[in-house]
Design a protein around this ligand. Structure first.
Ligand SMILES: Cc1cc2nc3c(=O)[nH]c(=O)nc-3n(C[C@H](O)[C@H](O)[C@H](O)COP(=O)(O)OP(=O)(O)OC[C@H]3O[C@@H](n4cnc5c(N)ncnc54)[C@H](O)[C@@H]3O)c2cc1C
Length: 162
């Protein structure tokens, strides 16, 4: 999420050997979970549909998944969405989630909190659909549509397919 520093060839690394006490006494593996393939796709996706609490609930997800599949897009989410359990934690974009770099990020019902936006610093074009014209996402977006996300989705899909 941070800008890469300029290389400084004059700097030399000091290599130190530090004895570390065995971790096994202090660390307990509770469970292992594989990253769902769909969430892993977030790292390389050229197009990401980002969903926020404004989608209303998990019942909205099938329509968004269908649009994502048709467009070859991945799905990302805000913390509100993952905290509510509508999508697994691995889909969360932002400060305590993942940093992504799609060419196009379409935010549906996302308010645009700073903690979400830091995960989008490397995104190309940001398109936001939010029914509140004062939502902060419009300050970060290249293109904003004040509308209900569900009413906009078919139009977005048609335009993006074209
Ligand atoms: C330490 C810390 C770390 C955090 N880390 C993260 C993080 O990594 N990622 C993250 O996302 N958040 C993170 N957050 C939470 C963040 O502050 C916000 O609370 C969160 O991003 C808001 O999620 P949201 O936009 O889905 O929900 P809301 O803020 O509730 O926004 C919902 C939006 O949907 C709009 N809306 C409602 N209905 C519709 C509709 N029908 N059509 C269109 N728009 C509609 C509303 O106008 C509103 O703007 C963190 C917070 C803290 C304190």
């Amino acid at each position: 999420m941070l800008r890469a520093a300029e290389p400084d060839p004059t700097r030399r690394a000091v290599v130190e050997t530090i004895p570390v006490p065995p971790l096994s006494r202090r660390v307990e593996v509770v469970r292992r979970e594989l990253l769902p393939a769909a969430a892993a796709a977030l790292d390389s996706a050229a197009v990401v549909l980002g969903v926020g609490k404004g989608i209303g609930g998990p019942e909205a997800l099938p329509a968004i998944r269908r649009a994502a599949e048709a467009l070859g897009a991945a799905i990302g989410a805000t913390r509100e969405v993952t905290d509510a359990g509508w999508l697994p934690k691995q889909y969360q974009v932002g400060l305590t989630g993942r940093a992504i770099a799609p060419r196009l990020y379409v935010a549906l019902g996302v308010s645009g909190a700073m903690e979400h936006l830091v995960g989008l610093r490397r995104a190309g074009v940001i398109v936001a659909v939010n029914k509140n014209p004062k939502a902060p996402i419009f300050r970060a977006a290249d293109l904003g549509v004040v509308a209900d996300w569900a009413a906009m989705l078919p139009h977005l899909e048609a335009v993006l397919r074209a």
